[in-house]
Design a protein. Structure first.
Length: 441
């Protein structure tokens, strides 16, 4: 079995240690010869890099490990780039969430005005990494799970149409795990049918390998409890905000009881509820900075201080196991069935061909092959068309430097009540994102 060279772009991310731990746990399935971290924040990455260097020497000394801010060093001789960048880091995420709340609008990092702001920051960073990858390792595949995935995927489609970029999200993976707990099955034993956009879709079927349909049973549970399971609460020490998100799925199901909803639909269907239950001074970004951010970097500093990763506090990111499945599908032509963000091209029969949709795909050496989902009903189609138009306008605004098109994107967003609020919000976000967004005219 071939040994692979991997670079993690966004090496200073709090998710990096969990992803490295996950890859170490899967070396029998996906052997690694070289592992590199790349980040443009040298000081931040150095803390995690030094800690992971100690861990790898203890647990997998055969892997050649390094961390760098030099693109040539990072991207030369790599087979896979795993990208999870956050342009502006958590300080800007905090602005994405708090500025909209000033106007009584949902403040969320991937949806609505916050998601648009984050998308405008992310596009340039993603293109830069793609260009480094193609320059130094033209046969490399990028496995991209950087947010906001929908806008990033659309930007890649428009601006780097021939790049070997696979856009994927862990949200459906996490929800499928909860579904499996509801029915007492293992996630890998289930096959789903799903249609939508990233963070914006519906499950239409959940079957086991023998063809038994569990959707009615799961739907009955979700109607009472949402996706929240006691197993998740007890074993994952889930933040309260996530518990509320999973419980809210029961209200999403009430609106559209035919299919099982993606939890992020709550921001589109119940924006008033979300604003009412938001803390304008302490948002999800603050939770993360006071929670995972401190936990991960405290663990890293402890490893460095002790000179050993024994009882380190780093844990395997179980969500990230799908990344190894995706890499293996490309490397070994396994024809893995996965939910991917791809150009529609008829996968949803009555939806725009050039829309970036999220549907089940068979993944092999040549990339993802979408599975046909047939025609979708008018309610879901209308919601999707509105949202995909927002995403396209954002990318057009980025490319053209168009204030007008970005204002239109804000105005069309389902979470923003009027063009006036959209304009005021946009102007505030332009000010907050100076140095991150292209200049708009």
């Amino acid at each position: 079995m071939k040994n692979f060279s991997v670079v993690i772009a966004g090496g200073g991310s709090t998710f990096t240690p969990g992803i490295v731990m996950m890859m170490l746990d899967n070396l029998d399935r996906f052997p690694i010869r070289t592992l590199k971290l790349y980040d443009n924040d040298e000081a931040r990455q150095a803390i995690l890099g030094e800690a992971l260097e100690i861990l790898l020497k203890e647990q997998a000394p055969e892997i050649d490990f390094s961390y760098t801010t030099d693109p040539e060093e990072a991207f030369t001789d790599v087979d896979f780039c795993m990208a999870h960048i956050r342009v502006g880091k958590y300080a800007m995420r905090e602005q994405d969430e708090k500025i909209p709340l000033k106007y009584g609008v949902v403040g969320q990092e991937t949806c609505g005005p916050g998601g648009i702001a984050y998308g405008m920051r992310s596009i340039g960073g993603m293109l830069e990494i793609i260009d480094y990858m193609e320059k130094y390792s033209p046969n490399c595949w990028m496995l991209n799970y950087s947010n906001p995935a929908a806008i990033v995927a659309e930007a890649c489609r428009v601006l780097r149409p021939n790049a070997k970029v696979l856009n994927i999200c862990d949200m459906p993976v996490g929800t499928l795990r909860r579904m499996s707990q509801i029915i007492g099955k293992q996630p890998e034993d289930l096959e789903v049918r799903y249609f939508g956009l990233n963070h914006f879709g519906w499950w239409t079927s959940v079957k086991d390998k023998q063809g038994h349909e569990y959707l009615p049973q799961i739907r009955e549970y979700v109607a009472e409890n949402g996706y929240l399971t006691q197993i998740e609460v007890d074993t994952q020490h889930m933040d309260q905000s996530w518990q509320e998100t999973h419980k809210k799925a029961k209200d999403l199901l009430a609106v559209n009881p035919r299919y099982l909803p993606n939890t992020y639909l709550k921001y589109y269907l119940y924006p008033d509820y979300e604003v009412e239950h938001s803390n304008c001074t302490y948002t999800r970004a603050n939770e993360v900075m006071d929670g995972r951010e401190k936990t991960v970097f405290t663990a890293a500093k402890k490893i460095i201080k002790n000179g050993t990763a024994e009882n380190s506090g780093f844990t395997i990111d179980s969500h990230a196991s799908f990344i190894v499945d995706l890499a293996r599908a490309i490397a070994f032509n396994t024809h893995e069935r996965m939910l991917m963000i791809v150009e529609n091209n008829g996968a949803i029969a009555n939806f725009d061909d050039d829309a970036m949709v999220e549907v089940p795909c068979i993944v092999g050496t040549d990339g993802p092959e979408p599975l046909a989902q047939g025609k979708i009903p008018p309610f879901e189609k209308a919601l999707m068309h509105q949202q995909v138009t927002v995403e396209k306008l954002v990318v057009e605004a980025y490319v053209e430097g168009s204030y007008q098109k970005l204002w239109q994107a804000f105005t069309l967003s389902k979470m923003i009540p009027s063009a006036e609020v959209a304009k005021n919000l946009l102007d505030d976000l332009i000010e907050a994102n100076k140095g991150f967004w292209p200049e708009l005219k």
